[in-house]
Design a protein around this ligand. Structure first.
Ligand code: PMP
Length: 341
């Protein structure tokens, strides 16, 4: 099923192969890759398959090793997915307001973008989607919880998309660790047309290491692995990720603090006169509609606090997106906004 969605040139692609891939024996002396033999910690190329890291992710997400690919941030994964299934002149579908890189990655590859805006309550407009998509649309990007609106799609809603859309359905779960609802990974049991994207940049605190994750049918994952740059994750990144993934207690503690802070911040921001609406969020951020978002932004900027202005996004008139910080940072944010008249 999934094979028919792959570009013909990608289906035929012969990947770059390293001598270590082909070796088969137990290597002791490494004279294959023109490295410097004098041991610093980083004189050898990294594991091109990031096997240890993928094993840890697979175990945590309860999927097979062959269902997991890792990339240089999920941004690399988004780019690979688009190139696997779309060629210049094809289209992807996005549901704005949403994460901006789907559109950018498509356009960089000469792929066009079909927009099916969310409703005024930021829900998926399935009837409009059905009317909007055409044969040229190869992949739809659903973001759940959605950046910047914070709401999560139910698995039934995603099943609804699978029913009306014959292409690839990507569910970007960058913020899944903060959400109550179920992960779309479960849908892989019923279809090979779903790809779930996750990341270690958010709840796992490794934005600086650049580690994105794709979870999908093994045949699709093998395709991404053939397409990717051979050494897309550095030794440092793989090591940092493995260390961090073994600290589950720390992760759980931080997620629990951030979810608690999100709810505390939501209440406190909702009480401020400059804030009209704080949208409920399943992520580590809140979307606020302000009476005057430009003035709020300016006030925060003067105080050295940077937030994301989303007021020019569809349906986000006068909206700012604010990341949930550490408790003192959140207190400072509220204190500054309280002074605002
Ligand atoms: N997806 C979404 C929805 C995001 O908000 C972001 C980052 N803001 C990303 C993907 C990119 O994450 P990464 O750091 O893994 O490239």
């Amino acid at each position: 099923m999934i094979e028919r969605l792959l570009q013909p040139h990608i289906r035929k692609l012969v990947p770059y192969s390293t001598a270590r891939d082909e070796f088969g024996g137990e290597a002791r002396v490494f004279l294959d890759a023109n490295e410097n033999p004098f041991g610093t910690d980083l004189n050898r190329y990294p594991d091109p398959r990031s096997t240890e890291l993928r094993r840890m992710i697979a175990e945590r997400r309860q999927v097979s090793l062959e269902s997991v690919c890792v990339g240089n941030g999920s941004d690399e994964i988004i780019d690979l997915i688009i190139r696997a299934v779309a060629a210049p002149g094809d289209r992807i579908v996005i549901a704005p307001p949403t994460y901006g890189m789907y559109g950018v990655a498509a356009r960089v590859n000469g792929v066009e973008v079909t927009e099916c805006h969310l409703t005024s309550s930021f829900d998926l407009d399935i009837d409009r989607l059905k009317e909007t998509v055409s044969e040229r649309d190869k992949v739809i990007f659903l973001c759940s919880p959605n950046n910047p609106t914070g709401n999560q799609l139910s698995l039934d809603e995603i099943r609804g998309v699978l029913e009306i859309f014959p292409g690839l359905v990507v569910v970007d779960e960058a913020y899944i660790d903060f959400a109550k609802g179920e992960s779309a990974v479960r849908l892989l049991e019923m279809t090979d047309r779903v790809v779930v994207i996750q990341t270690l940049s958010k709840a796992w605190g490794l934005a600086g290491a650049r580690i994105g994750i794709a979870i999908a049918a093994p045949i699709f994952i093998a395709t991404l692995a053939r397409m990717k740059l051979p050494y897309n994750l550095s030794t440092l990144a793989q090591r940092a990720a493995c260390e961090r993934l073994s600290e589950s207690e720390r992760y759980a503690g931080e997620v629990s603090v951030l979810v608690g802070e999100r709810e505390r911040l939501r209440t406190r921001l909702g009480e401020l006169s400059v804030v009209e609406t704080v949208y409920p969020s399943e992520g580590n951020f809140l979307l606020l509609r302000c009476s005057d978002s430009a003035a709020v932004f300016k006030k925060l900027r003067a105080a050295g606090i940077i937030v994301r202005d989303r007021s020019h996004e569809p349906g986000c008139h006068r909206c700012l997106r604010i990341t949930v910080g550490a408790p003192p940072e959140n207190d400072e944010l509220v204190r500054i906004l309280e002074e605002f008249v």
